[in-house]
Design a protein around this ligand. Sequence first.
Ligand SMILES: *Cc1c(COP(=O)(O)O)cnc(C)c1O
Length: 363
Amino acid sequence: MTRPTHLTIDTQALKNNLRVARALAPASAVVAVVKADAYGHGAQALVPILDADVDMFAVSCCEEALGVRRSGITKPVVLLEGCFEPTEWQLAIDNQFEPVIHNHNQLDTLRQAEHCSALNVWLKIDTGMHRLGFDMDEAVEVYQQLDALPHIGNIILMTHFASADDADPSFTHMQLARFEQIVQDLLERGQEPALSMANSACLLNWPATHKQFNRPGLMLYGLSPFEFSHPEARQLTPIMTLSSQVIAIREIAAGEAVGYGNTWRAQRPSVIATIAVGYGDGYPRSARSGTPVLINGQRASLVGRVSMDMITVDVTDIGRVNIGDPCILWGADLSANEVASWAGTIGYELITRLPPRVPRTLV
Ligand SMILES: *Cc1c(COP(=O)(O)O)cnc(C)c1O
């Protein structure tokens, strides 16, 4: 018998989610964001599937981009954090990577780089998130400096939004207005760069941010970026299912505690199922008692602390449960976002940090 803890990746759902992304902005190119091993799903497997219907890929760094190339992909790959050291410029040119230029160090080393063939670059402007990008007041000047370099091909002007997933639109309106102002300033100087703003939340909820290149990540994997219900986000299907099985069942008396630290105590005679999944499998230790778990397709509640390899679930109210019964920790019928909300985090983090210990199957 092998341990039943398992990840299933639904490639049909992936294609569906990509179709949703395309339909939202049919005139835009889709830059599929596959950083962090395709948000933990396994880039090597997913990238070739996405390749048929996307225009470009985006990753964090050269190492990840080389991984995309090793999958046989020839489309451009954007480096979202750009080059970390001068030697990477040549690597980028040789492999058709398109680095983001977001600071003066990168600009200086790029200026001194001695290469003859053209490099497409993404110029990132900080419109309010204050993480990466040139200040707004230097945007036009930096753009013109880049444009004057003989070895620069296309320049794509980009920015990133801090709270496009927020129900309150005011900050996104402000960032959008700031970006549009820079575009206007460039236009007045006869420059008309291609633009890129939208992540998943923008693609779903902010048509004004749809430009030549959109950059969906999370939505391709089927999770909504929103905490509120959103009509288009409801068309997405989570492509990852984390599943396991019941490996023990016991009846305990009222007043008995369950798990490390006795953090949960039965208020009534209770049936407790032990499931073979824990924080060693990427299930968050911070998940609180009450976190939903699907057993035989029915919702039950996590009780007590999450162990390294196991969790305990109160199954008193869901009928007969047997050893070997199937459990789903998250998937199509129980969103990783919902589980995350019980663990003080977001779905992005849960899906991205599954350890290699958990075997994967593509269906
Ligand atoms: C990660 C990332 C994205 C994708 O964001 P999602 O919220 O996953 O759609 C887009 N743009 C940049 C710059 C990113 O770093």
